[in-house]
Design a protein around this ligand. Structure first.
Ligand code: MN3
Length: 199
C-alpha cells in the first residue's frame, strides 16, 4: 500500500481577485489554512487504509455512509475545490441550455438568486448551498458540514460555502449580505455551464 498523496489544487485566481466581495485576507485563511488543513488531515487519516490509493471522489463516496473523519476531510477537500471553481471575478451570466433550464426548472434567474441565497441562509450552522442537477432537473439544495450532493450521485453545478470562516472577516455575522454579494457578482457561469453539459 502506497502513502496517500492527496493534494491541495491551486486556486483558479489570485487571492485578492475576488475583492471587494471576498477579501484577500479571507481567501488566504480559507484556502491556505482551512482547505490545506483538510488535505493534510486526510493524508494522515488515509495512511495505511483502503483509501490511500483511491481518487478523492471515490474516497468521498465510499465514506459517505459512515460520515466519519475520512468523510469529513475528503468531502471538505472536494467541496472547497468545487467552491473555488464556482467563483470568478468575471462572473458573466447564464446562457444557452443552462439559462433555459433555470427558467423552466427554477422560475428564472431572479428567483434562482433569491432561492439560492435563502438556502444558504437557512442552513443552520455550517454547510453549503448547492445548485444541482438531479434526474434531469435543476434543484437548489443545502447540506450540513462536509456533506455533498456528489456523494449520492447528483451532478453539482455551483456551490457556496456558508461555514462562518468563509465570511466572518468580511461580513461578521451577516451571512445574507455575503450570500447576496457572491450570488450577484461572483458566480462562475462558464463553470456552471460545463457541469450542466456533463450532467
Ligand atoms: Mn470553507
Amino acid at each position: 500500500m502506497t502513502s496517500p498523496s492527496f493534494t491541495l489544487p491551486p486556486l483558479p485566481f489570485e487571492e485578492n481577485a475576488l475583492e471587494p466581495v471576498i477579501s484577500g485576507r479571507t481567501l488566504s485563511f480559507h484556502y491556505g489554512k482551512h482547505h490545506k488543513a483538510y488535505v493534510d488531515k486526510l493524508n494522515e487519516l488515509a495512511a495505511g487504509t483502503e483509501y490511500a490509493d483511491m481518487p478523492l471522489e471515490e474516497v468521498v463516496k465510499k465514506s459517505a455512509a459512515k460520515k466519519d473523519a475520512i468523510f469529513n476531510n475528503s468531502g471538505q477537500i472536494w467541496n472547497h475545490t468545487f467552491f473555488w471553481n464556482s467563483l470568478s471575478p468575471n462572473a458573466g451570466k447564464p446562457s444557452g441550455p443552462l439559462a433555459a433550464a433555470i427558467d423552466s426548472d427554477l422560475g428564472g434567474l431572479e428567483k434562482f438568486k433569491k432561492d439560492f441565497a435563502a438556502a444558504g441562509i437557512a442552513q443552520f450552522g455550517s454547510g453549503w448551498a448547492w445548485l444541482i442537477l438531479d434526474g434531469g432537473k435543476l434543484k437548489i439544495e443545502k447540506t450540513p458540514n462536509a456533506e455533498t450532493p456528489m456523494a449520492v450521485g447528483k451532478t453539482c453545478i455551483l456551490t457556496i460555502d456558508v461555514w462562518e470562516h468563509s465570511y466572518y472577516l468580511d461580513y461578521q455575522n451577516k451571512r445574507p449580505d455575503y450570500l447576496n454579494a457572491v450570488i450577484d457578482k461572483l458566480l462562475n457561469w462558464d463553470f456552471a455551464a460545463e457541469n450542466f453539459s456533463r450532467g
